[in-house]
Design a protein around this ligand. Structure first.
Ligand code: NAD
Length: 349
């Protein structure tokens, strides 16, 4: 453990947040602190920077305890559990780029699945049996109907999505073997936006894979044009439709899930969609971002990307019913907050 920071020992419930310096993890750490939890971060910084920790401190007044470890290193992970009385885990750590997973499948299977197995083994050893896992709407593939319910068939189309489904299955098997486990499998739709302070946001390494960070980098002049992959889909304007969710809403969804597994016995591992329930086209996002930033965003239409689907948005009823949670922020909030972050931090952290 070559980078370890300790704050005063806390009596609050300690939650291990794997991947906690990453995009969704860091925003969730802020939401956890606001909700009175004591988040402890484990991340190998393969896709994030330690400088986010200072930003978390600036927003919350608390510097979270941070361990730079690779989750596959079971010995290092074990030490974290020995040193801290962890009560539950939110597991964000993993690789997430769909295209890269097609090109380098073994890298994805190895990292994502071995990390999950290592984590479950160590949790079991320490009798920590509450876990929230970052799954993804990509497990539905091209759903036959929208909004997509949790009961919809899964049909993964790339190794990244396969890893999510495999980890869901691993966790279900862990539960079958030991029903004391409480497991929430959260399937996120498309997280975007940033903390409203402008101090934290999405900071992709290299060329962004996702639409909103690409648009915002065009707006600050880091790229010339946004590529729109296809305008001949059967949608409102021909461009792909997705369910964009503000990252702070998503973060608060994790707090709601944590409160639930802390207080209720989930009779089985629960699969829950986290989205807004509203689909937005690529062009709608681009126009909304132009409004938020006051910039004209240049774009070019190129051909469809293999594997892309036309429409994907969530049925959100189960999240509301089980977690008592729904999104609060709208598309303007997503774009305004993303722009505040990008314009104040044109090169990221
Ligand atoms: N961002 C999205 O669009 C999206 C959508 C659905 C699901 N998810 C899932 O949510 C989770 C978080 O996504 P994100 O957007 O914050 O990604 P991110 O890349 O910003 O964060 C993931 C973090 O995990 C760390 N990590 C990766 N492998 C590790 C390992 N072996 N050991 C320790 N740390 C490791 C990285 O350094 C990074 O900080 C991921 O599991 C992702 O698959 C993301």
């Amino acid at each position: 453990m070559n980078l370890e920071r300790r704050t005063k020992k806390s009596s609050k419930r300690s939650v291990l947040v794997t991947g906690g310096t990453g995009y969704i993890g860091s925003h969730t750490v802020v939401a956890l602190i606001a909700a009175g939890y004591n988040p402890i971060i484990a991340d190998n910084l393969s896709n994030s920077k330690a400088s986010v920790l200072k930003r978390i401190e600036k927003i919350t007044g608390k510097l979270p305890l941070f361990y730079k470890i690779d989750l596959r290193n079971t010995t290092a992970l074990n030490k974290i559990f020995q040193k801290n009385s962890i009560t539950s885990v939110i597991h964000f750590a993993g690789f997430k780029a769909v295209g890269e997973s097609v090109a380098e499948p073994l890298k994805y299977y190895e990292n994502n699945i071995q990390s999950a197995i290592s984590l479950c083994k160590v949790m079991d050893r320490h009798k920590v049996k509450k876990i929230i896992f970052s799954s993804s709407a990509s497990v539905y593939g091209e759903a036959s109907a929208n909004p997509i319910k949790e009961s919809s068939a899964t049909a993964t189309t790339n190794p990244y999505a396969h890893t999510k489904l495999i980890i869901e299955e691993i966790l279900k098997s862990v539960y079958v073997a030991d029903p004391e486990w409480r497991i929430a499998l959260l399937r996120y739709f498309n997280p975007v936006g940033a903390h409203e302070s402008g101090l934290m946001g999405e900071d992709p390494q290299g060329i962004p894979n996702n639409l909103m960070p690409y648009i915002s980098q065009v707006a600050v002049g880091r790229h010339k044009k946004v590529n729109i992959f296809g305008n001949d889909y059967p949608t409102v304007d021909g461009t792909g439709v997705r369910d964009y969710i503000h990252v702070m809403d998503l973060a608060e969804g994790h707090v709601a899930a944590l409160k639930k597994i802390d207080t209720t016995i989930f009779s089985v591992p629960r699969v829950i969609n986290l989205g807004t329930g509203k689909g937005r086209s690529v062009m709608e996002i681009l126009r909304a971002f132009e409004k938020a930033s006051g910039k004209v965003i240049s774009y070019r239409i190129t051909k469809r990307r293999p594997g892309d689907i036309a429409v994907c948005y969530a049925d959100t009823k189960l999240a509301k019913k089980i977690l008592g949670w729904k999104t609060k922020r709208n598309l303007a909030d997503m774009c305004n907050d993303a722009w505040r972050w990008q314009s104040q931090n044109p090169k990221g952290y």
